[in-house]
Each structure stands twice: as structure tokens, then as C-alpha cells.
Design a protein around this ligand. Structure first.
Ligand code: EPZ
Length: 418
């Protein structure tokens, strides 16, 4: 179990380049199951979740031909096994993204229910309801979703009670090979959904409306192998923007898409942090003193829940009191207890956290619980006085490629110990 040892109190300076978006590459990897041939994907981040998804695709019969640098080639002509096993799915909820493609490709799927994780129950009822509407027979057998669609899937008009990102992705992929037209109402509008729709479109699916809350898909009889370059990770970029702000540093974040970060840019400016967007870069200048702000997490284009923990870390050092409302997940304040051990003053009440800014945090031994919570502990440790030791960093390796190398490059004192 690796640990990260951080000596806080150093301002971050210099530049950092952002890696490909984890939550864009995972659905695209699942979408390769819809094709039968050599799929070539570049801009792929070397993060744990990508390797987990590659292993899962291998279980299903796909073959990884090469993964050099940021480009991988995966041959899906041999996909023949409909079963995604519990031991893989339980480590990564995004494995659920193979459900729609397997039903569309093989006419059957057996995918373990992901089970809960630190941030919530993570149900799949909306995925299942949508696939049933498209003609799949689905039953739950010993913790597995057993789906069959012998006569193939049929397009339908589907309404999502709640905006679900992977639910939208799953049904869009299933619809891409279904018979007829599918309409997805109250669909997710995340950039990762737009990207997936565009990639499927280039493979032969007819999709329109992506980016709005109504997506219309005309099913095709077959799709061509996927070729694409994954765009930069907006959550990694946002995490480093907050790293610059919390250390009072001056950082140029390159290879990023400022348009994907509008909500964070506005909130940081509201706090008095200087943010200067370039074409594909962002300059962030921290201040020694900055104001508290209030945030409410929402589906895109609202404030992203995946940046909530990192923003809370920043607000522990703001002047005044911040109110943070987590509207997307039911239990996403796990980082608060650890931040309080560093001297933060946080009052939790259900979906609301009230953060009273303090003058300083002090380093401490810390425990990561989930991917973005561990990122928030790294940020707090960078600003804290003294040394912090963060254990269970496998959480952070799921979604950040070489985080300590990138931070060292900006002047942080951080090292990984086995
Ligand atoms: C995706 O998860 C992301 N993961 C998450 O990022 C992100 O936090 C989340 O979207 C919200 O933006 C990937 O894209 C791989 P949801 P997802 O379905 O799709 C409820 C990270 O840190 N819901 O949009 O699983 C659900 O309980 C991860 O990179 C149902 O009730 O999230 C939640 O409260 C963490 N029934 C809300 O919807 C369903 O069938 C939004 O969840 C599905 C979801």
C-alpha cells in the first residue's frame, strides 16, 4: 500500500500538462464492444481505472494489441463472453458501462451489480429500466444483472427520472445498434457524453442533440472500429487550479479546455483568485487571502460534484464561512473528517457542509477513502504547516496520472513510499 508524504507550505509555480479524461475514455473503451475490429484510441491516461477496464474487456474476449505512450489499440473482433465478473466490477463502478454494449453486441449480458462505494449506493435502476424499455429481459440473480435480448434491442422513448452520466452513456451505446429510433429525455449533458456521441457518430451511428437534455439516436446495423483522441481531463485540471489557489502559487495549466471549467473559473474569481483562460490553457494566481464562497453541486453545466471535495479543502482556509451543498451523491463528505483532523472547522448537516475558514491547517497522518476525497487531502496537505502522510493512495491513482510527479514539477515537496 503506497503512501504519499507531503511537506506543506510551498507555493506551486510553473506549468503542468493535463492528461486525457478518465470519464471520457472509460465509456469509449466500453463502446469498442459495439464494433468488431481494431479500435485505436490516443490521449489515454495511464490511470488504474483504464487498466481495470482493459482487463475487463480482455475477459469479454477483446485483445489489447498495444498500449504505447498514450495510444492503445484494442481488437474486439473476438468478443464472445457476456459476463463481467464481480471481482472486477466491484473495484470500479464504471464497469457497468459494458452492460448496454454487451446486450447490443451479443444479445446477452451478465454484469455484477457494482455494489455501493464510499460516496453512495450507486444504484443502476435507471440503466435497467431504459434497457427493459428497449426490449431487454432483465433479472437480478445473485448480485448480477442478467440481461437477454434474443430478438435484438428496439429503439424507444426513454425518460431519466434523475440525470445519470453512465446511464445516458449505457443507453446511448445500446441504442446505437438497436432497431429504430431512441429518444433519451433528461439526458446527461456532460462533455464526456458529447464526446461519446461524436465518437459513435464517426463509427456510423446517427446521433443528434448531445449536449442538450434530449438525445436522439437512429440505430445502425453495424459500427466501424473506433478511432479517436481523448480530450483533457477537466477534473484533473480543476484539481490543479485549486492546488495553485490553495498554495498561493502561480501556475499555468496547459493542454486543458477552459470551456469545460466555466463553473469553477467563476467560483474561484468570486473568491478573489485570479484566473486567466487561454485557448487551451489556464493561468491561476493564488492570493494569500481569499474569500469564502457557496457552492451547490449539480449535473453539468452546474458545479461538478467531482470538484466538491477539492473546493472544500480550499474553503477551509478562506476568510469567512462557506456553504457547500452536495446534491448529486448521498454521502460525499468523507473528506471532511480528515480535513478536520488537520484543524479545519466544518459543520456537517445531511447534504450541507458549513466551512468556517481558519488561518492555517497542520499536517497529519491521513486516510484516503475515495478518488476525489484523496485529491482534496493532497491539496490540504500542500497548504498545511508541516508533514502529512496520506495512506491508501490507490484511490488517487484511479483517476490521476503520476500526480506526485506533476506536483514536484511545480515545486511541491511530495514523495511516494511503498
Ligand atoms: C459518473 O458517475 C462519473 N463516473 C462520476 O465520477 C461522477 O461523480 C458522476 O458521473 C456525476 O457526475 C464516470 O463517468 C465513470 P450518475 P455515475 O449515474 O454515472 C443516481 C469520479 O470521481 N442514479 O450520474 O455513476 C446516483 O445514485 C467519479 O471520476 C440513480 O439513482 O453517476 C447519483 O445520486 C465519481 N439510478 C446520481 O444519480 C441510476 O440508475 C448521479 O449519478 C443511476 C444513477
Amino acid at each position: 500500500m503506497d503512501k504519499l508524504i507531503i511537506e506543506g507550505g510551498r507555493r506551486l509555480e510553473g506549468t503542468v500538462a493535463i492528461s486525457g479524461a478518465k470519464n471520457a475514455v472509460l465509456p469509449v473503451l466500453a463502446a469498442t464492444l459495439l464494433t468488431s475490429g481494431r479500435n485505436k484510441i490516443s490521449g489515454v491516461p495511464r490511470v488504474r481505472d483504464v487498466f481495470t477496464m482493459i482487463r475487463l474487456l480482455g475477459e469479454l474476449g477483446a485483445r489489447l494489441e498495444s498500449f504505447e505512450g498514450d495510444t492503445l489499440v484494442i481488437d474486439t473482433s473476438g468478443v464472445n463472453n457476456p459476463e463481467a465478473p464481480y471481482e472486477l466490477v466491484s473495484t470500479m463502478r464504471a464497469s457497468c458501462l459494458v452492460l448496454g454494449p454487451l446486450l447490443a453486441r451479443l444479445g446477452q449480458a451478465r454484469v455484477s451489480l457494482p455494489g455501493g462505494c464510499a460516496i453512495g449506493a450507486r444504484p443502476m435502476d435507471l440503466h435497467i429500466k431504459g434497457l427493459q424499455a428497449m426490449g431487454a429481459e432483465i433479472e437480478l440473480v445473485q448480485g448480477y444483472i442478467h440481461g437477454t435480448a434474443e430478438k435484438g434491442l428496439k429503439g424507444d422513448h426513454i425518460y431519466f427520472d434523475t440525470v445519470t452520466v453512465t446511464g445516458t452513456a449505457n443507453l446511448m451505446m445500446a441504442a446505437a445498434l438497436a432497431d429504430g429510433e431512441t429518444i433519451l429525455e433528461n439526458a446527461a449533458r456532460e462533455p464526456e457524453i458529447i464526446f461519446l456521441a461524436d465518437v459513435l457518430g464517426r463509427a456510423g451511428a446517427k446521433i443528434e442533440g448531445q449536449g442538450s437534455d434530449v438525445i436522439i439516436i437512429q440505430g445502425a446495423t453495424a459500427l466501424k472500429p473506433i478511432e479517436c483522441r481523448i480530450f483533457p481531463d477537466r477534473i484533473e485540471a480543476g484539481t490543479f487550479m485549486i492546488a495553485a489557489a490553495i498554495t498561493g502559487g502561480d501556475v499555468e495549466i496547459t493542454n486543458c479546455i477552459p470551456h469545460h471549467l466555466e463553473s469553477l473559473i467563476h467560483k474561484l474569481r468570486e473568491a478573489g483568485i485570479q484566473v486567466e483562460p487561454g485557448d487551451n490553457s489556464l493561468r491561476v494566481k493564488g492570493q494569500d487571502r481569499f474569500r469564502s464562497i457557496d457552492i451547490k453541486t449539480q449535473p453539468h453545466p452546474g458545479f461538478p460534484t467531482d470538484l466538491q471535495a477539492q473546493t472544500m479543502a480550499l474553503m477551509t482556509l478562506a476568510e469567512g464561512q462557506s456553504i457547500i451543498v452536495e446534491n448529486v451523491f448521498e454521502n460525499r463528505f468523507m473528506h471532511a473528517a480528515e480535513l478536520m483532523r488537520m484543524g479545519a472547522e466544518i459543520f456537517l448537516d445531511g447534504h450541507t457542509a458549513i466551512v468556517k475558514g481558519v488561518a492555517r491547517l497542520s499536517g497529519a497522518p491521513l486516510m484516503a477513502t475515495d478518488l476525489r476525497a484523496s485529491a482534496s487531502l493532497v491539496l490540504a496537505a500542500l497548504a498545511a504547516k508541516g508533514e502529512s502522510v496520506i495512506s491508501r493512495v490507490y484511490h488517487i491513482d484511479r483517476g490521476y496520472e503520476g500526480i506526485e510527479k506533476k506536483l514536484v514539477q511545480m515545486g511541491a515537496s511530495i514523495r511516494r513510499v511503498k
